[in-house]
Ligand binder design. Structure first.
Ligand code: SAM
Length: 322
């Protein structure tokens, strides 16, 4: 099992397969994706080797992310490669959902276990203002299809003071009859978004207080659950999650490692740098990569340093996946 010197165990890999994104979210890529250098993203065979090495070290869950992972034409093959790796029990994806209606069934056929979709506003005009795309209706349709196919769905909404802070009620109305977990994520500072962050960061705590005042119960998470707090209510089919990276002890339950689309291991979303593991994929047995992963993990810090405004090498989250 991959374990660090603080006793945290890493059974969860976030694997980015591209850093290209077609949306231009205000907090991430407000000017759209800019391609400044040629890109050679991880290939299917490399992904297979990475999945195997992590699985051999106790990883049981892989989340495919990006950029926008659905832009990769070989996404079903990538899902299949991860899902068929012995030891991998759960393959999830985080996407913007714009291709869901046409593609979700092929992802499910390939072995997808669960789906996260980003929806920062349920108001179509606000959604378009945030993302640059008038696609809310298509995305909601895609979620309906995923639910009909029996896939577990989580929806991510980044909290932003000047955009969606007052939308809690419409999100709550939506999940009354919709069995999805809606997760509010506190906006994080990245290398590129300091001004936007300063203007829009808002804490998730008032939401937590409101939920608790209104009969929502915090779900007790098991030790391996990761840093999200989750809440349930008997009158609602959906649950609420809160991800508050600026809260105390957020990193104590960290259970994940990240590999970028360019094959760099990131020990934290806000690491100083990515550590190239692609060079270790030349060895067919995967043994070398396993040894390197164990040794690189020794450098994982106990926490990120976002409180001090230190964002490491992460210019925006499309570089690495959220
Ligand atoms: N394109 C996919 C999507 O839209 O979900 C996957 C990549 S996106 C970077 C992953 C998640 O990170 C999304 O839910 C997005 O809203 C979130 N995200 C991006 N930048 C963020 C930031 N600065 N703070 C908090 N969440 C952020």
């Amino acid at each position: 099992m991959l374990e660090d010197k603080f006793g945290r165990r890493f059974h969860y890999l976030r694997l980015s397969i591209t850093d290209v994104c077609n949306f231009s979210c205000e907090y991430c890529l407000p000017n759209g994706y800019q391609c400044d250098t040629p890109r050679d993203f991880l290939r299917l065979e490399e992904i297979r080797k990475i999945a195997t090495a992590f699985a051999n070290l106790g990883t049981s869950k892989i989340r495919i992310t990006g950029g926008e992972p659905s832009l990769r034409k070989d996404l079903p093959e990538i899902i299949q490669a991860c899902a068929s790796t012995p030891g991998i029990e759960h393959v999830a994806i985080t996407c913007n959902g714009y291709k869901l209606p046409e593609q979700i069934s092929s992802w499910v056929d390939a072995g997808l276990s669960s789906l996260n979709v980003s929806i920062d506003s349920l108001d179509p005009r606000m959604f378009a203002a945030i993302t640059g795309h008038d696609k809310l209706k298509t995305i909601i349709q895609g979620i309906e299809i995923a639910l009909e196919l029996g896939i577990k769905v989580k929806v991510n909404a980044v909290l932003m003071r000047h955009f969606n802070r007052n939308e809690l009620d419409s999100f709550l109305d939506w999940i009354k009859e919709k069995p999805v977990t809606l997760r509010f994520i506190e906006l994080m500072q990245t290398g590129d978004n300091k001004l936007f962050f300063d203007q829009n960061h808002t804490s998730g705590l008032p939401i937590k207080e409101r939920l608790l005042d209104n009969g929502w119960q915090q779900i007790e998470q098991n030790k391996t659950a990761g840093p999200a707090q989750e809440f349930t209510h008997k009158d609602y089919k959906g649950n609420i999650g809160l991800i508050m990276p600026y809260s105390k002890d957020f990193c104590a339950t960290c259970n994940r490692l990240r590999i970028s689309a360019l094959g760099k291991l990131h020990l934290c979303l806000f690491s100083e740098q990515g550590l190239d593991v692609r060079q270790f994929l030349l060895d067919n047995s995967g043994q070398r990569l396993q040894e390197e992963l164990v040794s690189l993990l020794a450098d994982k810090k106990s926490t990120h340093f976002l409180h001090d405004g230190y964002t490491g090498a992460t210019k925006h989250l499309a570089m690495l996946g959220g």
